[in-house]
Design a protein around this ligand. Structure first.
Ligand SMILES: [Zn+2]
Length: 261
């Protein structure tokens, strides 16, 4: 955990701005130069907290930049993250500080752990909707996609969340287990948007696929039955969500603490 509430807000802002830069180009040197220069503007509280004896704030932000870069799924890499190659202890540091690695980021290894943050959300905030259709064919993590949609849903942006999720169900296959969280989230979004007929159509399509595949490939019946059972289970959950949900006012504020996974 880094910092308190305002520290978290600053981190969110820093991640969002970093994603904006990295969505355009995954060039690490340019990104690290950018964060050394502009990071303190987006995270002033964090910048003030840096011990001046360790050097100018830009150097600390470079180190932070290495951690952010390593955790950010890059569009040009099929939405997978890419870690910077580790230098030898006496070689110059990967953050571009000009210091030896052993006197710089090697000391921070393990301290700047960003694995608990859903960085994909920030990249997708900076990705045009029309590119969402390519995500199922990329190397993106479906769980991070589902979590991103959940965050947008909680912030009231169900239209964008549905646009993100729909391409995952455009194919003909039965509902794969790994796609269940996305299916559940899409059901919630359709409910929030009042798209009842779209919701019903998708449910029956998913159910029908499992059954027709089972008929076409008898050897795969057991597998397909499981797919059908899963589809029915998510259908039950969707029905449960419907009975729990209540109409939402137009002025609903984003839920606190909903920004990270
Ligand atoms: Zn360094």
């Amino acid at each position: 955990m880094i910092g308190g509430k305002s520290g978290d807000d600053e981190l969110f802002e820093l991640f969002a701005m970093s994603a904006k830069v990295l969505a355009r180009s995954g060039d690490p040197a340019a990104f690290l130069d950018w964060i050394a220069r502009h990071g303190p503007d987006f995270a002033p509280e964090m910048a003030r907290g840096i011990d001046p004896r360790t050097g100018p704030p830009g150097l600390a932000f470079r180190a932070m930049g290495v951690a952010i870069y390593g955790a950010m799924p890059l569009p040009e890499a099929g939405f997978q993250s890419r870690r910077l190659p580790e230098p030898g202890r006496n070689e110059s540091c990967l953050c571009g500080s000009g210091r030896k690695y052993k006197h710089c980021c090697l000391r921070l290894r393990g301290i700047l752990d960003l694995t608990g943050y859903n960085m994909l959300r920030h990249i997708l905030d900076s990705t045009p909707k029309k590119r969402f259709a390519g995500l199922p064919g990329s190397r993106v993590d479906p769980l991070a996609v589902a979590d991103t949609a959940r965050q947008w849903h909680e912030e009231g942006d169900d239209g964008r969340a549905a646009a993100l999720l729909e391409p995952w169900f455009a194919g003909d296959g039965p509902l794969e287990a790994r796609l269940e969280p996305l299916f559940d989230q899409l059901m919630d979004c359709y409910l929030a948007l009042g798209r009842e007929s779209k919701r019903t159509r998708l449910i029956s399509r998913v159910l029908a696929r499992g059954d027709s595949d089972a008929r076409a490939h008898p050897a795969g019946v057991a597998r397909q039955d499981r797919a059908g059972a899963r589809a029915r289970a998510v259908l039950d959950r969707a029905a449960g969500a419907q009975s729990r949900s209540s109409p939402r006012g137009p002025d609903r504020l984003p839920a606190q603490g909903s920004r990270r996974s």
